[in-house]
Write a protein that binds this ligand. Structure first.
Ligand code: THU
Length: 163
């Protein structure tokens, strides 16, 4: 028997002002696209902005549905769109921001488990890490250099092939 230790490394910025110009610009796009969320049920609006290797920016916002599980998170709206429009171009960075219509979201909002699983597949596919920045409405911004820092022991292709 042996014990394994899993380490993750995150960087915490006190505010948007501490980010590099590129990262701040991307986060501002995520913040801006929150307004396009269709969130009549949760009143929780999430915006995601991706920067691709060809410098294209793809955005997404959460889209809900009266049949609740039929809705989709902002991150998957954005990354599936990137995969659709630019299947052969790597995603460099993802910025995520969340806000509520009913209270102030002051703590950084990380992507949900299902989104982490989806993003992991893109990282594996493109064989380069995706940097993720996430925040609430205002305040601290957290950066993960790779999705792997948010989802250890990923179930991926290798798990299916048993190799
Ligand atoms: N949501 C996202 O868009 N991204 C996440 O990572 C977490 C949750 C959305 C889904 C739903 O529309 C609302 O936020 C409340 O869960």
């Amino acid at each position: 028997m042996k014990k394994l230790e899993i380490k993750a490394s995150l960087t915490v910025f006190d505010s948007l002002d501490e980010l590099s110009d590129d990262a701040r610009e991307l986060m501002l796009k995520a913040i801006s696209v929150r307004k396009n969320a269709y969130a009549p049920y949760s009143k929780f609006r999430v915006g995601a902005a991706l920067e691709l290797e060809n410098e294209e920016v793809i955005v997404g916002s959460n889209q809900e549905n009266a049949a609740f599980p039929s809705g989709l998170c902002a991150e998957r709206v954005a990354i599936f769109q990137a995969g659709t429009q630019f299947p052969d171009v790597a995603v460099k960075t993802m910025a995520i921001s969340a806000a509520s219509d009913t209270y102030s979201v002051l703590t950084p909002t990380p992507p949900c488990g299902a989104c982490r699983q989806s993003i992991a597949e893109y990282e594996e596919r493109q064989k380069r890490p995706i940097a993720l920045y996430f925040m609430g409405e205002t305040g601290k911004v957290v950066k993960a250099d790779s999705l792997k820092d948010l989802l250890p022991l990923i179930f991926g292709k290798a798990s299916l092939n048993n190799i």
